[in-house]
Design a protein around this ligand. Structure first.
Ligand SMILES: Cc1ncc(COP(=O)(O)O)c(C=O)c1O
Length: 353
């Protein structure tokens, strides 16, 4: 940028206090989530001098050419478009639906780490050619999938061994949504770069990245944007962070999320078509199946519930092929939560009947 608005410096200073990495951090502000991912990918390439990346099946990172190269949640999002960045996609540690066979003593996450080390790195991908691994610390569009314990720490270890950067895409999961400022904090792992957008400015267009000072080595002019970090959006972000702090919204997200999950688990005991309830804080997913044994995806029922909710005055949003996501505002009242859950339960009852 040619000049700095004071709000940009203030927001960077505020975010520096909340960063999920130790040591000094640096900031870049853009207008959207996809720009944040583009920035992270460009920075990783710039800093490491490497051009290959690892991403995940089921991921969503945006729709511009760089981020779209990683996006792998629906085929239609990529069809007819070129690939901008060379990405090797591996499975996400989805305990309910593992893609890889597990060996004795392995959990789903360990089988993926083994696949990466012993297959991909042996047969196709030189690990020291990899600039970064781009991870959603909870997979959003792909179905609100929470990674298995220890998986992200295993990725961090691989990154440290080979000089690969770990990028946490917190565009959906960050800014308090999971009951912590950043979802990766649940993993006890420090990323090198964090992408943020969506909720950070309560609806005004702002996205950006934070990176370890040692990683954001861009020279002036290496990256930039005319409208990125405009002062109105920056002021909205500063106000948003203040409201989250002063109104105790991290704690509220944690408590309300637990309340929602408890309600949904009770419903699950009555309705075996609910295959799994999962999530953290106010990022909760309910996956629908034909029955608990076959676990066959039931998108017809899921869609009927969304339709039934709509008719009763509640807008619900899907994710993955057969999941509904609960991702209300962090400051939602308990009364509104109860009203929403009751509409959901009615729509479920009707759809099953
Ligand atoms: C995890 C994640 N990354 C990136 C994006 C893209 O953000 P935007 O739509 O602001 O470009 C999204 C949007 O849904 C997202 O959920």
């Amino acid at each position: 940028m040619d000049f700095y608005y004071p709000q940009a410096v203030e927001l960077a200073e505020k975010l520096a206090q909340l960063a999920p990495m130790s040591g000094k951090t640096r900031y870049y502000f853009g207008n959207s989530g996809t720009e944040a991912v583009e920035s992270a990918v460009k920075l990783a390439t710039y800093h490491t001098g490497r051009t290959k990346f690892i991403g995940f099946l089921g991921a969503f990172h945006g729709r511009t050419l760089g981020s779209l190269s990683f996006t792998a949640s629906k085929r239609t999002q990529s069809a007819h478009y070129p690939t901008g960045v060379q990405v090797y996609h591996i499975p996400y540690p989805y305990e309910y639906r593992p893609l890889l066979a597990q060996q004795a003593g392995e959990d789903v996450g360990a089988s993926i780490l083994r696949y990466l080390r012993e297959e991909l790195f042996r047969t196709k991908l030189e690990p020291t050619d990899v600039a970064a691994i781009l991870l959603e610390p909870i997979q959003g569009e792909g179905g609100y999938v929470v990674p298995t314990p220890g998986f992200v720490a295993g990725l961090r270890q691989i990154c440290d061994e080979y000089g690969i950067l770990l990028i946490s895409d917190e565009i959906q999961s960050g800014v308090g949504r999971t009951g912590k400022w950043w979802a990766i904090e649940h993993e006890g792992v420090e990323p090198d770069i964090v992408c943020f957008a969506k909720g950070i400015a309560s609806g005004l267009p702002l996205g950006g990245i934070m990176a370890k000072e040692s990683v954001m080595t861009w020279k002036p002019g290496a990256h930039g944007s005319t409208f990125g970090g405009n002062p109105v959006a920056l002021a909205a972000a500063l106000a948003t962070l203040e409201v989250i702090e002063t109104e105790g919204l991290l704690e509220q997200a944690h408590e309300t999320g637990a309340y929602i999950q408890q309600f949904l688990r009770q419903l699950q005991s009555q309705y075996p078509v609910i295959g799994e309830v999962r999530g953290r804080g106010l990022m909760v997913g309910v996956e629908f199946v034909e029955d608990a044994v076959s676990k066959k995806r039931n998108s017809t029922l899921r869609n009927a519930i969304i339709e039934g909710g709509f008719e009763r005055g509640a807008l619900m949003i899907p994710c993955g092929p057969n999941t509904i996501r609960f991702t209300p505002p962090l400051n939602i009242s308990r009364a509104l939560v109860d009203e929403g859950l009751s509409i959901f339960a009615d729509a479920l009852h009707e759809a099953v009947a």
